[in-house]
Design a protein around this ligand. Sequence first.
Ligand SMILES: [Zn+2]
Length: 192
Amino acid sequence: MMRRMGMFDTIHASKPLICPGCGAEIRSLQTKEFDSVMAHIKLGSVVSGSSVMTGIVKDSLWCEACFKAGKPSDSPVYLVIWHSVLAGVEQDLAKAEARLSAVDRLDLIGWLDEAQRDALRWQQRYWHLYRDVSRWHQHLTHPPEADEPGENAARQRAFRRIFSLSDEILQSPDPLAAILAANKHDDEDAQN
Ligand SMILES: [Zn+2]
């Protein structure tokens, strides 16, 4: 697999790793052991580009706190790969070996469950954004002011309100920015 200069993937540990140099908690690490396509990887993620299908990959753990303190430290970290799935991140080789031999069906079910929840969350986010943008488009192409007067107009307006954007968005000075803000998710996904 071709590696690009300066690119890496980020692994998010399920439990914080501890820097042996200063004791700082490290929640994620960058690795060049896989495809290095700026992917976010967590336990249960299929990793591609690894030279190891099932086994342990030794990598190094970089500590920002130590770096800032002017004494850069790297310590070993072991990536447990099981049939191309990241099954563990350990700082102790014996623990990594134990983890590798203990992967079982319950782990698979747990990862599957999480992956499905993740997929559902993204679907919901997509539809929410799509719905808001569609309603904004509708608002621009058929502004309420353009409603023809008539006995049904009030009822039609009332009906349309059910499917329109909230007043908060419509009355905001920049409705599109308000839509973007309402649909922004500070990326907790990658970390979880
Ligand atoms: Zn440190």
